[in-house]
Design a protein around this ligand. Structure first.
Ligand SMILES: N[C@@H]1[C@@H](O)[C@H](O)[C@@H](COP(=O)(O)O)O[C@@H]1O
Length: 266
């Protein structure tokens, strides 16, 4: 795992978008794993800008999102289908049949999870998976105690997740659906490359636990230590509780990959 710190949230979003844009330019038929949440809104805004201004071409890409609420149809503005349409898909000319999210309206949710994993496999696997971090350490909606080998499946959302996401509903945690479908931690770990993007003070203690604590099923993101090509990008607020800061600064001086990221920022 490599860690790169950005001075602020704006640079963090810009750098995350640059890494996705580079992936698409290098391999126009990339399979991208996409995430939702407030952190990603600015990332998608940068990608839309690059599509408009630099002709970044999404038409050959295939996308798979991490998760979706159970019981919200794609037409519901609070669904992740709607989020992706609003923030990215409608702006970048990607054919709807190339974009995939789990179907939270499926009659058989377990079967929908298996179908989703099979579809990822049939597409050749995910080249680059974008991840955000939940305040309880989840990736996707892999809540505490999710198996680190889990597959795409229905899950019960933790109370703190419903609280964290209440703002995207009517402010009340009980308005957030109790169930979701999520790519499993095991599914996520099969991606060829992973970028975890973390912003804000509210994530600082959890980022410290992820980077400096043990690998544990209580914190799904800690499983990323098992991945051989995982980059963690964080802003200064999210990095404010790290005690390994001197080691990170040392790595930044000497690691060619991290130095290259630094030049992308300037
Ligand atoms: N299911 C998503 C996660 O995939 C995402 O990482 C998290 C972070 O959200 P935010 O960026 O709003 O903090 O939000 C939701 O819970």
């Amino acid at each position: 795992m490599k860690v790169f710190l950005c001075p602020n949230r704006t640079d963090l979003a810009r750098l995350t978008a640059t890494l996705l844009a580079e992936q698409i330019s290098r391999k126009p038929n990339s399979v991208l794993g996409l995430a939702t949440g407030r952190t990603m809104e600015a990332v998608y805004a940068h990608l839309v800008q690059r599509h408009r201004e630099d002709g970044l071409d999404f038409s050959g890409c295939t996308t798979f999102n991490l998760d979706e609420y159970v019981g919200l149809p794609a037409t519901d503005a609070r669904s992740y289908h709607a989020y992706m349409h609003t923030h990215l898909f409608q702006h970048v000319g990607i054919a709807p049949d190339r974009t995939h999210l789990p179907n939270g309206m499926a009659a058989d949710l377990a079967a929908e999870g298996q179908r989703y994993d099979a579809a990822i496999k049939a597409a050749g696997g995910i080249d680059l998976q974008l991840l955000g971090l939940g305040e309880n350490g989840h990736i996707g909606f892999n809540e505490p105690l999710s198996s680190l080998a889990s597959r795409t499946r229905p899950v019960v959302l933790a109370p703190e997740t419903r609280l964290q996401n209440a703002g995207l509903f009517d402010g009340k945690p009980e308005s957030v659906p109790p169930l979701a479908l999520t790519m499993g931690t095991g599914t996520i770990l099969e991606s060829r490359r992973i970028v975890l993007t973390v912003a804000g003070k509210a994530k600082a203690e959890m980022l410290r636990a992820v980077l400096e604590g043990p690998v544990t099923a209580q914190i799904s993101a800690s499983a990323l230590h098992f991945h051989t090509n995982c980059l963690v990008l964080a802003d200064e607020d999210a990095a404010s509780a790290l005690t390994i800061r001197p080691a990170l600064d040392h790595a930044l001086k000497h690691d060619p990959e991290l130095r290259a990221l630094h030049t992308l920022l300037t």
